[in-house]
Design a protein around this ligand. Sequence first.
Ligand code: 13P
Ligand code: SF4
Length: 397
Amino acid sequence: MTTTVEIPSVGGFAEPSQTPLALLLLGRQADPNSERGVECPGDLPPASDPDLVERARAAKAALGDRVFILGHHYQRDEVIEFADVTGDSFKLARDAAARPEAEFIVFCGVHFMAESADILTGDTQRVILPDLAAGCSMADMATAEQVAECWDVLAEAGIADVTVPVAYMNSSADIKAFTGKHGGTICTSSNAKRALEWAYEQGQKVLFLPDQHLGRNTAVRDLGLSLDDCVLYNPHKPNGGLTVEQLRNAKMILWRGHCSVHGRFTLDSVNEVRERIPGVNVLVHPECRHEVVAAADQVGSTEYIIKALDAAEPGSKWAVGTELNLVRRVAKAHPDKEIVFLDKAVCFCSTMNRIDLPHLVWTLESLVEGRVPNVITVDPETEKYAKAALDRMLALP
Ligand code: 13P
Ligand code: SF4
């Protein structure tokens, strides 16, 4: 248990309360009349308030350099408008420490990103997540207990000392700390290839956590491993559902986790869009399933997708498999190109979407009034090892 979420009382004084993961807060301190999940002490403005934009502007101006707002590309337009910096997970991890003079880092993203920002920023800076229910279902698919048990299974198979853990940024601080403690690195979707190359210089096998798809896609597409080199470790089965022989033969041990948004794109989505739009380029995120990635024309992180679409020829046609807020925003910015969403049935990341303008206004106005809400704090022991793993990632060539 490593993350302290300070939930301020209505009177405004923080009462630290322990929770392993933000999503578990759903149902605790919940507002049964709304789907907001976690109560916001004081007044959460209604979404219909016509003055929200003006209130956000005024509060941000009043805070000046005391506040630094980071916005992940999957955030709503209404939130992105107020971000000082936007980016994918890697860029935001690098930029989090860019304003050491800012007292408050308001992280418009999800819980694991706010934890990483807390690890990477100064001790006196406070990282705030505007809605504590903004977790990540993928990050929740690997708990510290499960990963420790997996390591014991690898030790019993006699392979733990030749295995290097590589954890995707989309994981809890506990998992990052485990990775740091065992000589591994963090990666994001934009540097997974370099992270895996580094890991195979350190050992013979990789334990990739928690996104099986990013691990498999990177191993096979970028490193030339075969699908047979990869095995899938299921934390809900004894010994991960694998035999000792399977573990010993594997080069890549993939954790059975996935993104609930990207995992929903299918090969049918790709085939259908190619039939519907002749000449379309299919561009997808590496969190998509292997068969989707294999059928796509281009694959890359969120930042890669934005750059590819910025650089595309006018008149070119694109079907994009990533989060809907981002695809809509890029399509709007390029009316001279035909940019569509890859699948009609897939929608927004619901937890990213929890951060909305009312929560941002509430956060900024609370800070102006001297209350510091929703502070995300990683305990020093976890921070030490998680930082070691994050620093290894930031130092990758
Ligand atoms: P990137 O920001 O690395 O593209 O990852 C996408 C994602 O799912 C973030 O939650
Ligand atoms: Fe998690 Fe997927 Fe949402 Fe990213 S897009 S926060 S990986 S559920």
